[in-house]
Write a protein that binds this ligand. Structure first.
Ligand code: HDD
Length: 709
């Protein structure tokens, strides 16, 4: 058997500059590599003779009762029975990845002395977990929901967690209401329906009675609630935190993650279909991007306000249902995060990772945001019940710096600490560290007041920013929002709920209320008393997040072929797409070799029935008369093209492939299938024209078709 020493050696050989990865390797075992000739053992290390058959009291025929004395069998079954741990009460379904964070320069030094935000020579390892909120662990990825975006920075000063979402505001202002809100959005208690959806009576009942929820409800009902990819969404810390600089001054701060690829969404019909076609769509998308080297990236931005400006606005800056509009408080972009490594084992890493808003490092502080104050308790508490007392010792959770204190024992204690377990002690071991030497020094905030269960006056206003959000959307985004609310209310069969919801919508925008009422058969409310302010804000519409230089990086392009296709055209397209870091997939009549017109063949990645157009960003129909003829007469292929067209995807075709598109779309009103004039080296991918690297093959062709928006 290969010795433990070999495993240890591998650990050190494989150490990387990523401190956290090196740390995790201490606990990572790869039996195939580390113990190639070892045999299976019990949990106490004894070699097992037969892991397949329970010990029996047999008769000569080999049958007989199983014996309870079989310790190997008992251990196997016992450990299996105890595999599940409580799933997260919210954000149960998630996917995680490793990466790193680096600041560009010392911009943030004005505000904080935290090296993670100010030292450009530092590379901080991170672990990010994305999640949906409502559904259980086994629910689908593309449901309409808020997405969690939680980041753990492993810094030498301790772990720092930003436990954020892809939406900058939250449903409620005070943590005391969280259990009610979660009970309302979760499946209804009598029948545990619906899974992964907010389209039900209880959710809309709660929100229609709580106008503070409207701002976030509008964000979720917009296209933000159905992201195309976890890599194409923003992240927000949501709560207001504070930064403390070397001079001891405090600033309020909001954290923003902005994706390199822009902000993109599915259309609702796609989202619904993908839920069934590939419930793991977002998980696989993240893995595919990392494995193919199209590493997801976000810049970290901060919105900062000195203490002196706290009361300057018509909203309270500590109210988590409000944004700080960028016109009022511009964002400073200070660093970049890259995700570049998938997990080795889902349970040990993604399931056991535990985030806490209370995990901060010197130079960063909390604020009196009442939602944050409650969160700081809840996360700590929930990890105890999910993972047990010593959850911070789990490899994915432990910091890269030493953890030294007099806290001891508890279930599953895995550290053996020598010496005394109390402070003060006669040896002066582990003395407290002064703020000047790096100890966490609490900011001397002035506190005075009465003990009251109350909310600050500006917390009472709930509609201005909801309207601001709606006004700032593009016409198509507004249309989607109205359709989304109409879908949700269609699933609420209690007339009281519908009536209240429509009345609440009316407070925000009469036209929205009217349109929804017509769709769901409700009464059209009279014009509201509140005067609309008609204001708009920048960078609310996701259309405003297109990258400066459009990208096709990581986009999935399906190339439809059949026997007799033109191989040069397909290979040329694939090469060109690869240059732009897009991924191409050959879809054919079978998953196997497909012969080209010249006799050579290519392997199809999938067959027409194995995948659907919904799973790709663009389609290309290969030229070649034999291929086109078969494709044209294949109902499923015609459906691929029509469906992709319906979802506003780019469709490209060359030569005879154009006839396939022509046939699929012949009866679609307003579609002109004339080849485009002029430049032909533009490749259009959904949600924006994207210039691909010059595709000489396409340019040289006489007959080229590109449709898309
Ligand atoms: Fe929370 C999980 C984000 C309000 C209580 N929350 C959780 C996760 C994210 C958020 C991303 C998943 C973390 C992971 O991947 O493990 N939560 C938010 C945001 C909020 C918010 C952005 C508003 C600003 N949460 C919030 C409140 C409470 C909680 C007000 C309770 C008072 N949240 C929890 C929790 C969870 C959680 C019950 C479940 C699992 C966990 O913590 O680790 O404690």
């Amino acid at each position: 058997m290969t010795s433990i020493a070999t495993a240890v050696k591998r650990t050190f050989d494989e150490m990387t500059s990523d401190q956290k990865q090196a740390d995790l390797l201490r606990d990572t075992v790869d039996p195939q590599k580390d113990y190639p000739s070892a045999g299976m053992t019990t949990m106490h290390g004894m070699l097992i003779e037969n892991p397949e058959t329970w010990l029996k009291a047999t008769d000569p025929k080999g049958t007989g009762p199983a014996l309870l004395e079989d310790q190997v069998a008992l251990e196997k079954i016992h450990r299996f029975d105890h595999e599940p741990i409580p799933e997260r009460i919210v954000h149960a379904r998630g996917v995680g990845a490793h990466g790193h964070f680096r600041v560009f320069d010392e911009t943030a030094k004005k505000y904080t002395f935290a090296p993670v935000l100010t030292d450009p020579s530092r590379t901080t390892p991170v672990f990010v977990r994305f999640s949906t909120v409502q559904g259980p662990r086994g629910s689908a990825d593309t449901v309409r929901d808020v997405r969690g975006f939680a980041t753990k920075f492993y810094t030498p000063e301790g772990n720092w967690d930003i436990v954020g979402n892809n939406i900058p505001v939250f449903f409620i202002q005070d943590a005391m209401q969280f259990p009610d809100f979660v009970h309302a959005v979760k499946p209804e208690p009598h029948n545990e329906v619906p899974t992964g959806q907010s389209a039900h009576n209880n959710f809309w009942d709660f929100v229609s009675l709580q106008s503070q929820t409207t701002h976030t409800v509008f964000w979720v009902m917009s296209d933000r609630g159905i992201p195309r990819s976890l890599r194409m969404m923003q992240g927000f810390g949501v709560n207001t935190f504070t930064l403390i600089n070397a001079e001891g001054e405090r600033h309020f701060v909001k954290f923003h993650w902005t994706p390199e690829l822009g902000v993109h969404s599915l259309v609702w019909d796609e989202a619904l279909k993908i839920n069934g076609q590939d419930p793991d769509y977002h998980r696989k998308d993240l893995e595919e991007a990392i494995v193919t080297g199209a590493y997801p990236k976000w810049t970290l931005g901060i919105q900062v306000l000195p203490e002196s400006r706290e009361h300057e606005f018509d909203f309270d800056i500590l109210d988590a249902t409000k944004i700080w509009p960028e016109e009022l408080v511009p964002i400073e972009y200070i660093g970049e995060m890259t995700l570049n490594r998938c997990v080795d084992e889902f349970f040990a890493e993604t399931e056991q990772v535990a985030f806490c808003t209370s995990h901060i490092v010197p130079g960063i502080g909390f604020s009196d945001d009442p939602l944050l104050q409650g969160r700081n308790f809840s996360y700590l508490d929930t990890q105890q019940s999910r993972l047990g007392t010593n959850w911070e010792q789990l490899p994915i959770n432990r910091p890269v710096c030493p953890v030294l204190n007099h806290i001891r024992d508890g279930k599953h204690q895995s550290k053996i600490t020598k010496g005394l377990n109390y402070w003060p002690n006669r040896y002066n071991t582990l003395p407290p560290t002064d703020g000047a030497k790096g100890g966490y020094h609490e900011y001397a905030q002035k506190v005075h007041g009465m003990k009251l269960r109350t909310r600050a006056p500006k917390f009472q206003e709930h509609f201005n920013q909801t309207e601001l959000f709606y006004n700032s959307l593009s016409p198509v985004e507004k249309k989607h929002l109205i359709e989304a609310i109409s879908f949700e209310l269609d699933h609420c069969d209690d007339p009281v709920v519908n009536k209240n919801a429509i009345l609440l919508l009316n407070e925000i925008d009469h036209e929205v209320a009217r349109a929804v009422a017509i769709n769901v058969g409700g009464d059209i409310p009279p014009k509201p008393k509140r005067d609309s302010h008609k204001k708009r804000a920048v960078r609310i519409s996701q259309m405003e997040f297109a990258p400066e230089k459009p990208l096709i990086k990581s986009r999935r392009i399906a190339i439809l072929i059949d026997d007799g296709f033109e191989k040069d055209a397909v290979e040329g397209l694939r090469a060109a797409m690869k240059l732009g870091s897009a991924t191409t997939f050959i879809i054919g009549p079978r998953r196997g070799e497909i012969s080209s017109a010249t006799g050579t063949s290519v392997m199809a990645d999938h067959h027409f029935e194995g995948q659907r157009s919904t799973l790709f960003d663009a389609l290309f129909i290969a030229p070649g008369s034999g291929s086109a003829e078969k494709l044209r007469n294949n109902g499923r292929v015609i459906h691929w093209v029509r469906e992709a067209f319906g979802h506003c995807k780019a469709i490209g075709a060359l030569g005879e492939g154009i006839d396939v598109v022509r046939k699929a779309l012949q009866d679609v009103e307003g579609v002109s299938l004339a080849p485009p004039s002029g430049e032909t080296d533009d490749v259009t991918v959904s949600y924006g024209v994207v210039t691909a690297p010059k595709i000489s093959l396409l340019s040289a062709a006489t007959d080229v078709l590109m449709i898309g928006s």
